[in-house]
Design a protein around this ligand. Structure first.
Ligand SMILES: [Zn+2]
Length: 249
């Protein structure tokens, strides 16, 4: 308990009382944190633009025992993502990322891999603001993978035989991969193209992934989006509230 100093990403803000703001942050050292910024809505707030959504900040806050809400003492901008946040094509993608991170990240539990992944995706969006979809797919895959909810696509769930590269893979209603011999009539086929694409997320950074998958056809992008969406709906037990297009470009 006491003062915590950490890098953080502002995800969302809400107004509180007359002059204050509640800020939802993904922090590197303390995980998901809900923080009060006193006086943040005054004209001459000491926080300036540091608490705008998707700003990367250095954050100091006070924790109190048994209180979920912490109090911000200082916030300093490391990188303002103001232009990205204001870009019409990336607004939905960012809101979607904020929604899913706030659902998946347990409060007050540091997860360095998650922090770095989310930060890398926002950085990648800053370069690809007009075509955010593949970065969003990468984000979904990794969010699920870090939560232990992404299927291992290297082998059949039933017979454990490893798939060869050109082999057709079937997925059952629970999104478990199966070989042809173990598949049922109701299973859907995961195209080779999409399986390669999903495997590539393991080795590539989000920007590299978006570049290497830029040639995917509109149909393939839709298939990819449907696959990740299915896994997310299963994990959340509902549809995400924020809607992002599968192939807006
Ligand atoms: Zn099998």
């Amino acid at each position: 308990m006491g003062l915590v100093n950490t890098d953080a990403i502002v995800l969302r803000t809400y107004n509180l009382a007359e002059a204050d703001r509640i800020v939802l942050c993904l922090t590197r050292n303390a995980g998901l944190v809900r923080a009060v910024a006193k006086g943040a809505r005054r004209m001459k707030s000491r926080f300036g633009a540091a608490l705008e959504p998707f700003t990367f900040i250095k954050l100091d806050f006070y924790e109190k025992e048994n209180r979920e809400l912490v109090t911000i003492s200082q916030a300093e901008i490391l990188k303002s993502n103001f232009e990205l946040a204001a870009h019409p094509d990336s607004t939905d993608a960012l809101a979607y990322i904020a929604e899913l991170v706030s659902e998946f990240a347990p409060p007050h539990e540091a997860n360095d891999k998650l922090y770095r992944m989310v930060k890398a995706c926002i950085d990648a969006l800053a370069s690809l603001a007009d075509r955010p979809n593949l970065v969003v797919r990468y984000f979904e895959v990794w969010l699920l993978r870090l939560a232990g909810l992404f299927p291992d696509l290297s082998a059949c769930t039933r017979c454990n035989n490893r798939f060869v590269d050109a082999e057709l893979v079937y997925v059952d209603s629970e999104a478990r991969p199966r070989c042809r011999a173990c598949s049922h009539d109701t299973d859907s086929v995961l195209s080779i193209e999409i399986r390669r694409c999903l495997t590539a997320t393991q080795k590539l950074a989000p920007l590299e992934f978006a570049d290497s998958s830029a040639q995917l056809s509109a149909e393939a992008q839709t298939e990819l989006a449907e696959f990740t969406h299915r896994l997310l709906v299963r994990a959340l037990e509902r549809r995400p509230r924020t809607v992002v297009g599968a192939t807006s470009r």
